[in-house]
Design a binder for this molecule. Sequence first.
Ligand code: SF4
Length: 65
Amino acid sequence: MACNNRRPCPCTYHCPRHGICCECVAHHRDRNEGVPGCFFSPEAEATYDRSVENLCRDRGIGLKE
Ligand code: SF4
């Protein structure tokens, strides 16, 4: 099925899924590769640390121990 869910992509990592949000999210989900780059601020995205912990730090969200 063709997917028209395309948007400008702020992710700076080179990959063939840029702007194809469905493929991007599925890729990260299926490989347990963390959170897609577009969720992060530009500064945090540039670290390529896609962990939930880094996302929470970036967005000022506290994690429960
Ligand atoms: S977040 Fe991952 S899949 Fe999405 S565009 Fe960036 S490198 Fe590609």
